[in-house]
Design a protein around this ligand. Structure first.
Ligand SMILES: Nc1ncnc2c1ncn2[C@@H]1O[C@H](COP(=O)(O)OP(=O)(O)O)[C@@H](O)[C@H]1O
Ligand SMILES: [Mg+2]
Length: 272
């Protein structure tokens, strides 16, 4: 199996990948972080302090933490958008695609054209883009919306387009920074179901950031709780929920309550 990270691959998306290096030890879709430290000011506590983390190919990991604890900083480092002060990042295979809370679609382009643009940046020939975009819009259940512009779509539909566009980048790792935080609860629940289905269907590795404990337990195979100042992985849980996972399922609630208690403890420790 090919195990090299491809900085040139990311460069086609217009993004440099400092901090990502080649390695024979990480499989496609795997992520390895060693000693990731980030300081924005020379004095004072680092925002991230020596984070070590391994993510397996195809794993769904949720990174949970209070606002300002460094979640986005860590994700940007994995994405290669930011060079850490110290430490090593290896993303195996074709690298990562990043999706944000705000869908950041081009307002003057239709849903299809927004997705086609990502395909173009990846070098997909013009003649294949429309058809491939239609497949991706079908995957996120947006058939029929291909010719609509973002302002004609609901918030949930816009995030579906953004997801299709991220998938169009064909990266092994999908990094999601609070992608559903701005949506109403019902729309969010639906998108949880869709994301779970798409994850299973595509075999992508997903690193999903949230400050919502139930969302983390609903989606993740593993939930990592980050502490603040310094940002570290304070605790982690494997989520073993039997049967269908719903946000209101008793096992989901039980684990969410346990994690919430830890999160509160974590926040209290730093609220001075
Ligand atoms: N480019 C930057 N320069 C200075 N400080 C930053 C920068 N980016 C983030 N920070 C600080 O780092 C901390 C973590 O930010 P962030 O990673 O955005 O947290 P989260 O995503 O968990 O809410 C915050 O205190 C934030 O102000
Ligand atoms: Mg953030």
């Amino acid at each position: 199996m090919s195990t090299t990270t491809s900085p040139t691959g990311s460069a086609t998306a217009g993004v440099a990948t400092p901090g990502i290096m080649e390695s024979g030890a990480v499989e496609s879709g795997g992520v390895r972080l060693r000693g990731i430290t980030q300081r924005f000011a020379p004095a004072g506590a680092p925002v991230l302090d020596g984070i070590d983390l391994d993510i397996a190919p195809g794993e769904f990991v949720c990174l949970l933490g209070a606002s300002g604890c460094g979640k986005s900083t860590l994700l940007n480092i994995v994405a290669g958008l930011q060079d850490p002060t110290a430490g090593e990042v290896v993303v195996g295979g074709s690298g990562s695609a990043l999706m944000f809370q705000e869908p950041a679609l081009f307002p003057w382009l239709t849903a299809s054209r927004n997705v086609e643009l990502a395909l173009k940046l990846r070098g997909v020939p013009r003649g294949e883009r429309r058809g491939r975009a239609a497949e991706l819009l079908h995957l996120v259940r947006l058939d029929g919306a291909a010719d609509k512009r973002p302002h004609e779509l609901s918030g949930g539909m816009r995030q579906r387009v953004a997801l299709a566009r991220s998938l169009a980048q064909e990266r092994d790792v999908l990094l999601m920074d609070e992608p559903f935080a701005a949506l109403d609860a019902i729309t969010r629940d639906l998108l949880h179901d869709e994301l779970e289905r798409i994850w299973k269907q595509t075999g992508r590795t997903v690193v999903f950031i949230t400050h919502n404990v139930r969302e983390a337990v609903r989606l993740g195979q593993r939930v990592l709780l980050m502490s603040s100042r310094p940002g570290r992985i304070a605790r982690e849980w494997r989520v073993d929920v039997t049967g269908e996972r719903r946000i209101e399922a008793p096992d989901v609630s039980r684990l969410a309550i346990e994690i919430t208690n830890d999160l509160r403890e974590e926040i209290r420790r730093h609220a001075h």
